[in-house]
Unconditional design. Structure first.
Length: 272
């Protein structure tokens, strides 16, 4: 089993990530467009939170602001009670595209995170190998990205985000480009890594079932400008198997989220 990440010394009652009255406005060809408006959110240490919402509602913008890669236009964002004003070092990010370097082996791609942070490779090599084994990639340490499938590449990307024991992982629709069966396996792999490490997760997805399957809590965002329209606490035992999706409890959680989208006018069923 992997050594657990060290999320810091925050008490469980103190949020690891805090957003207060956050907004983001873009100026596009002289026209101001509000992507996110007056959004407040707390994420507790070790919590897995998913954000679902329609396309263009500001989900990715929210993640980029949380990482410090872009600045908010209003409000404040704190990680471990420190205000975010620049890219934060104690996070890992997984995007929809894996962004692996073709000239580096699998192991070298994972250790890139260590090189960039000027940490000692020797302290992390064993962990990297163990992480690869935990997601079914034992023996692929010396393979190159071109020799891997899409799902395998995204597993490497996930290991790279976790290798340095960050307090917070931000994931922006990481499995959206994968086929259905590979996506299911990636959900199982991610759940396994999260249970082992208990790293705080902020996960963006368009998939209702994926958000329910993975999360402790699901945040539903409204159409642009993005605001929090609802929060749903997911009370299902872990580890969760794929068969849980057939349960009445899982169906009820999914229905609540779907009903919210219907209230936005985004899902419409014709009467037969």
């Amino acid at each position: 089993m992997l050594a657990p990440a060290q999320p810091g010394v925050l008490p469980a009652t103190v949020p690891l990530l805090t957003m207060r009255d956050v907004g983001k406005t873009y100026n596009i060809r002289g026209k101001r467009t509000s992507a996110v408006d007056n959004l407040s959110l707390d994420v507790a240490p070790g919590e897995f939170v998913s954000i679902v919402g329609p396309s263009g509602c500001g989900k990715s913008t929210l993640m980029m602001m949380a990482s410090g890669l872009i600045h908010s236009s209003s409000g404040e964002i704190h990680i471990k009670q420190s205000r975010i004003t620049a890219p934060h070092v104690d996070i890992g990010i997984v995007f929809q595209r894996d962004a692996l370097l073709d000239w580096r082996t699998v192991l070298e791609n994972i250790l890139l995170q260590i090189d960039v942070r000027r940490l000692k490779r020797g302290d992390y090599r064993e962990r990297a190998v163990a992480m690869l084994a935990s997601v079914g990639l034992a023996g692929f340490e010396n393979a190159y990205p071109r020799e891997l499938s899409g799902g395998m590449r995204q597993r490497v990307s996930l290991c790279r985000a976790l290798i340095h024991n960050p307090s917070l992982i931000l994931m922006d629709e990481p499995f959206g480009a994968l086929d259905a069966m590979t996506r299911e396996q990636m959900n199982l792999d991610l759940q396994k890594l999260w249970i082992q490490n208990k790293t705080t997760m902020l996960f963006i997805t368009h998939s209702i079932w994926e958000s329910v399957f993975l999360s402790d809590r699901v945040i539903i965002m409204s159409p642009r400008p993005g605001r929090i329209a609802a929060e749903i606490q997911i009370d299902l035992p872990r580890p969760r198997k794929l068969a849980v999706r057939e349960s009445a409890e899982f169906g009820a959680y999914s229905a609540k989220i779907r009903e919210k989208f219907q209230s936005f006018g985004l899902l419409a069923e014709d009467d037969q």
